[in-house]
Design a protein around this ligand. Sequence first.
Ligand code: G6P
Length: 491
Amino acid sequence: RDALARHLPGSEVIVVANREPYIHERRDGVLRVQHPASGLVTALEPVVQATGGTWIAHGSGAADREVVDRHARVRVPPDDPAYTLRRVWLTAAEEEGYYYGFSNEGLWPLCHVAHTRPTFRGGDFAAYRDANRKFADAVCEEANGPDPVVLVQDYHFALLPRMIRERLPRATIITFWHIPWPNSERFGICPWGPEILEGMLGSSILGFHVQAHCNNFLDSVDRYLEARLDRERQSVVLGGQETLIRAYPISIDWPTRWAADAPAAPLCRERVFADLGLAPDALLGVGIDRLDYTKGIEERLLAVERLLERFPQFRGRFTFAQLAAPSRTRIPRYQELNRNVEEVARRVNERFGEGDYRPIVLLREHHEPPTVFRYYRAADLCYVSSLHDGMNLVAKEFVAARDDEAGVLVLSRFTGASRELGEALLVNPYDLEEASSALAAALAMPREEQRERMRALRTFVSEFNVYRWAGRMLVDAGRLRKRDRVSGRIT
Ligand code: G6P
């Protein structure tokens, strides 16, 4: 809020993100609010609570229409309203082509090196373009003046920045791409590559988590567009308009609301151990993810299997609980993943289970944040094994949850987070020897070493929290705005 007031005085903030922060559902006649499993929402929501303004999202909940006014608006959070949630309604066909199709069968596998082939269908891209236009309409409806600050979020909206720029030329548009950007050769297989690049270059600032993704983006522009590129300044000028390309590593709020509300670690451990039927001297590992093929969940369970093969002392004693929120379930690749994960868990449990003991507990359902934080606090280790991940906020949430300075984070090198969280045990999740050794080391780690590592991790995340992420972008946007005013581009 300070950064906004100081650097962009009097500005209104409009956020566009496909996923809505509150999903309204009616179950057994009772209206309930669900917090979706989305790193984007985890990061952004506290920021928008602080800045106020409007969040425009796809209305996806069964009861979403019940709670809005005639402009599809509702004030949220429901118990202490701080900003407006504006819902955009998509038809089933639009959702199919834009969300399931081009966003999640095209761009998602294109941007993640996780060996799932992107599928490109012309009809999906047409729906994607139409949906982006619908959101552009909503931005123009929500804007009170000619120069709002618009924060465009993620790969669902590559075409949106240009559409907004054409209608609100004085807007400050900050686009943040929450997933990796592929190298230029890989990007070249997308049939609509140039249109996507041009769309994104409607932004004033374009942010990625890490510098490597900025470099990949600049390479893609260099290869596929006629634009003026300044590598040193990290800027691209297209049609007389400049876009700055910058790395802004995302984070979580600190102190994290859910950690503050959760019971202390020993109580969480007691409760989770009771739920899972574990003995007091058992050891617990946790994995928390959407059920997504980029998260390396199969590799994670194979690492647990390898651990039990190589280190018999953990048989009968170590349990790995995988909380997996079903995600994008209409896409065949996600259905296949679900079957594979189930199969690996069954096999490992058959091999190493005995009596009541099951080494792997698979909980495939949506869990609300209080449950997730209970598991973080109950665990001896958390294993984040993504095959490729822009940042990964589960790693940072685990750190935020551990105010007892205990527990060990085992983290894939292929996450953006691994570049910041060097005190975690870093592994290549494909290398089951390395991963199982790290799990064993985590389980045997002396308390003092756990404390040292966790303290350093907590210091880092508390300092580089999501307010700093947003603040840095707003400061940069403020500078641009000032420069454009001075040069007469904005009056
Ligand atoms: C990733 C994406 C987000 C998305 C989230 C959950 O974190 O970067 O944009 O919201 O996954 O996926 P979903 O498809 O359920 O929104």
